[in-house]
Design a protein around this ligand. Structure first.
Ligand code: HEC
Length: 129
């Protein structure tokens, strides 16, 4: 009898687990593009070499912080030692001033973790430095 019940239970657990992992990791780049337009494009472009109030975010995934030549970064970001990956980007987008105290990104933060994942999926598709 037990085996009859164990299998569906295991399947349910696996489905639940993959569901959670999916929600946390895989963002939707199309939604991310719209979020970028609303929240970030006032200050950032994803075009290579195009700085606005903030630096170009072309190829930002995998890059070290504050590396755009010619952009006047804060000393705080320059000395932060951050490497931009999904985790650091998500934390920074959620609370820029908490992650880089004294930094000059004047943005309150994107509270919704799923929206941050979408945004990161979009940024990850914008080239490689
Ligand atoms: C009001 C302008 C403004 C908005 C809005 C803004 N940023 Fe920024 N961002 C900046 C500035 C200015 C800097 C440089 C910060 C520093 O030097 O401390 C920056 C830096 C960054 C960096 C570090 C870049 C590097 O070269 O290391 C990332 C990543 C970033 N912003 C992502 C975002 C994302 C994602 C959004 C939207 C959710 C966003 N920013 C919204 C102005 C802005």
């Amino acid at each position: 009898m037990t085996t009859i019940f164990t299998r569906p239970a295991l399947m349910a657990a696996l489905i639940a687990l993959t569901g959670v992992a999916h929600a946390e990791t895989a963002g939707d780049a199309t939604k991310g593009a719209a979020l970028f337009a609303t929240h970030c494009s006032e200050c950032h472009s994803v075009k290579e070499g195009k700085d606005k109030k903030g630096p170009s975010l072309y190829g930002i995934l995998g890059a070290k912080a504050a590396l755009r030549e010619g952009f006047k970064y804060s000393d705080a970001l320059k000395s932060s030692q951050i490497v931009w990956n999904a985790e650091t980007l998500s934390r920074y987008a959620a609370a820029p001033r908490a992650v880089v105290p004294g930094g000059k990104m004047k943005y309150d933060g994107l509270a919704d973790a799923a929206e941050r994942a979408d945004l990161i999926a979009y940024l990850a598709a914008q080239g490689k430095r």
